[in-house]
Write a protein that binds this ligand. Structure first.
Ligand code: SF4
Length: 404
């Protein structure tokens, strides 16, 4: 029966998708000199380093970071006051040298992940540095249910990861830095320094959101905040084709609290919300405001008055790399909260992805036991994270909301 447990609650830790992940199934230990290489380093400064593939020299010597890229890392850390083997503990996304063995990278990284997870549990690192795409895939990939993209969109973030209670710092692998130009070296050094700067700061715990599920919208008249963030869940991307509707909405009135409600069928019942949209004295924020603006105008026949801030546009202004402006990405890299959406997001994808007017499967979710509650929670979290993100961005941009 659907609805009682989340996928995370029922998932096996050794067979998360039904496949067996073990050294026996992976098989790489059979073709190398130092099979299942042990973590290396005395971990004096509480820094865990995760590399990618072990090279031949490392396999021969039985320890990581041998050869030119290891030397680059050792020298650079030394300049920053860190001794690689005294202050850090090093492991790899794959703990056996591949050599001539058959490579099935995603499967082998998934098989080897459990060793890195055990290290985190045992040593409780303060900072975890992920070098390159394989390390990224090892420690973030299994929780990130969307397309991972590449290290270029992940590098440079210092993520207060809530699952591991540590700062996760992805950056380019030293191998790539050696092959790259001077600019890449400069970027890499600054990413490394930024990660090290956090080794004495405890990873902050994200404050639990408070969601009030309402059916009578009159409570919205009591909102005192001069700015709110709001969000819709709808039957599709664009509202114009027949059959489309706003299924539910949420309004965060500060960084922690939100109202969430299924959109009432009658205009009379919706009126307090419509009045809020029309209220010039309350600023409105959204993540990609053209979406909320269009749906409000078409389906509620009310434009949004006093748009105050769009956290998606601000994300682009602050960092113009492609693939980083989505709310889920920003919520993870800024607040360390990953995967609050994976149970709902499949229902929000249109069946015909090439048609902007296509209907998605949201009503299928709503009709399941517990489905409407899941949708409302998801919608409310979107508003709360939009609000938190906007506040953070405003502080970084030195931007103050101007009263209407
Ligand atoms: S790469 Fe990892 S999972 Fe595969 S055999 Fe070696 S230690 Fe085991």
């Amino acid at each position: 029966m659907k609805g009682f447990f989340t996928q995370k609650e029922t998932e096996s830790t050794t067979r998360p998708d039904g496949k067996v992940y073990s050294c026996h199934a992976c098989g790489l230990h059979q073709g190398c000199k130092s099979p299942k290489m042990q973590p290396y380093g005395r971990f004096k400064e509480g820094i865990l380093i995760v590399g990618g593939l072990l090279n031949k020299l490392e396999d021969t010597k039985g320890s990581p970071w041998q050869g030119p890229s290891g030397n680059l890392l050792k020298d650079q850390l030394k300049e920053m006051g860190i001794d690689l083997f005294r202050d850090c503990l090093s492991t790899s996304a794959m703990n056996c040298h591949v050599g001539d063995s058959k490579l099935d990278t995603p499967y082998q990284v998934a098989s080897c992940r459990r060793f890195a997870l055990e290290l985190i549990k045992k040593y409780k690192p303060k900072v975890i540095i992920l070098f390159g795409n394989l390390a990224l895939s090892s420690l973030i990939g299994y929780r990130w249910k969307k397309d991972m993209g590449t290290i270029s969109q992940w590098r440079g973030w210092v993520i207060p990861d809530q699952d591991h209670n540590a700062w996760i710092c992805p950056m380019n692998h030293p191998d790539e830095v050696l092959k790259g130009d001077k600019e890449l070296l400069t970027i890499w050094k600054s990413d490394l320094q930024r990660a090290l700067d956090h080794k004495n700061n405890p990873c902050p715990k994200a404050k639990k959101p408070l969601i009030e599920y309402i059916t009578d919208l009159n409570i919205l008249k009591r909102i005192k905040s001069n700015v709110v963030a709001f969000d819709y869940e709808t039957t599709g991307l664009k509202p114009h084709a027949s059959g489309h509707r706003i299924v539910c909405a949420s309004i965060a009135y500060n960084e922690y609290c939100a109202y969430a409600f299924m959109m009432p069928p009658s205009r009379t019942e919706r009126q307090p919300f419509i009045d809020l949209l029309a209220n010039n004295l309350i600023g409105k924020m959204a993540h990609n405001m053209k979406f909320e603006e269009t749906w409000s105008t078409v389906k509620l026949r009310q434009t949004v008055n006093n748009w105050a801030f769009d956290s998606m546009q601000a994300a682009h202004v602050l960092d113009n790399r492609p693939g980083i402006t989505g709310l889920k990405f920003q919520t993870y890299v800024r607040f360390g909260v990953i995967d609050y959406a994976s149970e709902v997001s499949p229902y929000l994808k249109a069946v015909d992805s090439k048609n902007g007017n296509a209907i998605n499967r949201i009503m299928e979710l709503v009709e399941q036991p517990g489905g409407a509650e899941k949708l409302l929670e998801y919608c409310a979290l979107d508003s709360i994270y939009e609000f938190r993100l906007a506040k953070l961005q405003m502080a970084e941009m030195n931007y103050e909301l101007t009263p209407f």
